[in-house]
Design a protein around this ligand. Structure first.
Ligand SMILES: NC(=O)c1ccc[n+]([C@@H]2O[C@H](COP(=O)([O-])OP(=O)(O)OC[C@H]3O[C@@H](n4cnc5c(N)ncnc54)[C@H](O)[C@@H]3O)[C@@H](O)[C@H]2O)c1
Length: 255
């Protein structure tokens, strides 16, 4: 029997990168997957890929920064599959700017908090509420290496990701006796559109690309599938005694 047979797995940010790899990994393990993203086309493409391969997935549009949209996401998921067993909060942004704190535009600063922190909080709140109703489950929040150490030039990102670790650890203790495990992962550089084409544009900057690779002891970036494997393991029964962790996925960077 596959590890997630008969389990319902929700992934936000599932249209791209780490979230997409996680949605596909759950499906390969037999899970029914809710592929949630603000980008409808991207979410549908991943859900189609899963269904064409013989899996069971549904695409869902959500803006995690909007509480009502998050409530709708959980409502539709439970209406479709009847319950929720695992949730992965991978949706997030890294911003477009590199600037010191005193020059970082306040509007962009607040927007990043609204998505990365409050969005994750809205998701976590609704997911826990549902897990309490159906007897428990597991949640993974996608923080970052920038949730463990400073990221100069991107203060709102680091602040939001540190806060996600605090949220994770606190919630883990609050629900530990109610069969709900809550962990965070803290990846370093992972080869996804966010890092290759986003703020850091590594695909177009060979020097920055080399530096990003060298940050890891392994002298390479991680692949989305390598992060997905950790997330799926944390959600599985094999991790039954693990809760409240902020686990680096870092190719030895923090060794
Ligand atoms: N790539 C890295 O190096 C890296 C490292 C550490 C942490 N992370 C974190 O991993 C997570 C996934 O990042 P990724 O690298 O796969 O990026 P990505 O840009 O490839 O994917 C992010 C997905 O989130 C979706 N999204 C953005 N805002 C949303 C919103 N408001 N509501 C719903 N969906 C939204 C996007 O449409 C996109 O599909 C993020 O939280 C990111 O901060 C990434």
């Amino acid at each position: 029997m596959k590890r997630f047979e008969n389990k319902v797995c929700l992934v936000t940010g599932a249209g791209s990168g780490i979230g997409a790899a996680t949605a596909m990994a759950f499906a390969e393990e037999g899970g029914k997957v809710i592929v949630a993203d603000i980008n409808e086309t991207a979410a549908m493409a991943i859900a189609d890929k899963i269904n064409l391969a013989g899996g069971d997935a549904v695409a869902l549009v959500v803006n995690i920064a909007d509480k009502a949209s998050v409530q709708n996401m959980i409502g539709v998921a439970v209406e479709k599959y009847g319950r929720l067993d695992c949730a992965v909060n991978a949706a997030g942004i890294a911003g477009k700017l590199t600037a010191p704190l005193h020059e970082y535009p306040e509007e962009d600063w607040m927007n990043m908090m609204q998505i990365n922190l409050f969005g994750t909080y809205y998701c976590l709140k609704e997911e826990v509420t549902q897990l309490l109703k159906n007897g428990g489950g597991a949640i993974v929040n996608v923080s970052s290496a920038a949730g463990l150490v400073a990221q100069p030039g991107n203060s709102p990102y680091a602040t939001s990701k540190f806060a996600v670790v605090g949220l994770t650890r606190t919630a883990a203790k609050e629900y530990a006796t109610q069969n709900i495990r809550i962990n965070a992962i803290c990846p370093t550089a992972i080869e996804t559109p966010m890092i290759m084409e986003g703020r850091r544009k590594l695909a177009h900057d060979p020097v920055a690309l080399e530096a990003a690779k060298n940050y890891q002891a392994m002298k390479r970036m991680g692949q989305p599938g390598e992060v997905a494997n950790v997330i799926v393991w944390l959600c599985s029964d094999e991790a039954s005694f693990i809760t409240g962790h902020a686990m680096p996925v870092d190719g030895g960077a923090f060794a």
